[in-house]
Design a binder for this molecule. Structure first.
Ligand code: 13P
Length: 253
């Protein structure tokens, strides 16, 4: 039985006041959600320490996440942050391969695989994002695209690394557009991903959480979570409002 995981990706949002309010709202709402539902929040690098302190004081089951990392441990990489630095702040989940990083920052499959390995080497869990563009969906190559993105990590790191990883299927056309994939559309791709993993290792495939991301909100979360291969969500815009995020988490009960 896979328990659900709901992760808020706050992207480049928030100032100190908003972050305080948001975290306090999530802390207040946490007891209303079953303990079996895992919750994570990913603020900017700059706000991780602020959030970590609030979470520590509250002593609730909320996982600290980060939105990115660099693959090297240390050195002359101006502007970058390493996995050991994140681990030291109590981060346990790290998003890698988000389409915004692939597209806006030209991150390659090879770099994403290196980052993935660095996250695990520091005892944190990667959330590997994969997903097709609208053009690719219309061309009928969704399966090919998402499996190639997945394969880039498997080729580099092996199938066993998925024992400690989460996958997030995020169709690019559904991100920030208000245009959610229908539960059937999302389930279809999640099933394809799980079957692909099962061809290589049935235990890994049965255990791994595959999250859906793309315009998830309280109004559509439950029907997505009801699908057999959807194990939760990576939530963008709707995670910036505590009540809305808590309501999404409740749908995962
Ligand atoms: P939205 O929920 O704002 O569509 O963003 C999804 C996402 O990119 C989460 O990583």
């Amino acid at each position: 039985m896979r328990h659900k995981l709901v992760v808020g990706n706050w992207k480049m949002h928030g100032d100190r006041d908003l972050i305080n309010r948001l975290v306090e709202g999530i802390i207040d709402g946490r007891p209303q959600i079953s303990e079996t539902v895992e919750i994570g929040i990913c603020p900017t690098y700059l706000h991780i320490e602020q959030v970590a302190k609030l979470l520590l004081a509250a002593n609730l089951k909320i996982r600290m996440g980060a939105q990115n990392v660099y693959c090297e441990e240390k050195g002359a990489y101006t502007g970058e942050v390493s996995a050991p630095m994140l681990a030291q702040l109590g981060v346990s989940l790290v998003i890698v391969g988000h389409s915004e990083r692939r597209e806006l920052f030209a991150e390659s499959d090879a770099l994403i695989a290196e980052k993935f390995k660095a996250i695990q080497a520091n005892n944190m869990t990667p959330i590997l994002c994969i997903g097709e563009s609208l053009e690719q969906r219309e061309q009928g190559i969704t399966e090919e695209i998402v499996l190639a993105q997945l394969d880039a990590v498997i080729r580099e790191a092996g199938i066993d690394v998925f024992n400690n990883a989460v996958i997030a299927y995020e169709p690019i056309w559904a991100i920030g557009t208000g245009k959610t994939a229908t539960p059937d559309q999302a389930q279809e791709v999640h099933r394809i991903i799980r079957e692909y993993l099962a061809d290589q290792d049935t235990e890994v495939a049965a255990a791994i959480k595959i999250l859906y991301g793309g315009s998830v909100k309280s109004g559509n979360a439950r029907e997505l979570f009801d699908q057999a291969d959807i194990d939760g969500s990576l939530v963008g815009g709707a995670s910036l409002e505590a009540a809305e995020f808590i309501s999404i988490c409740k749908s995962a009960d």
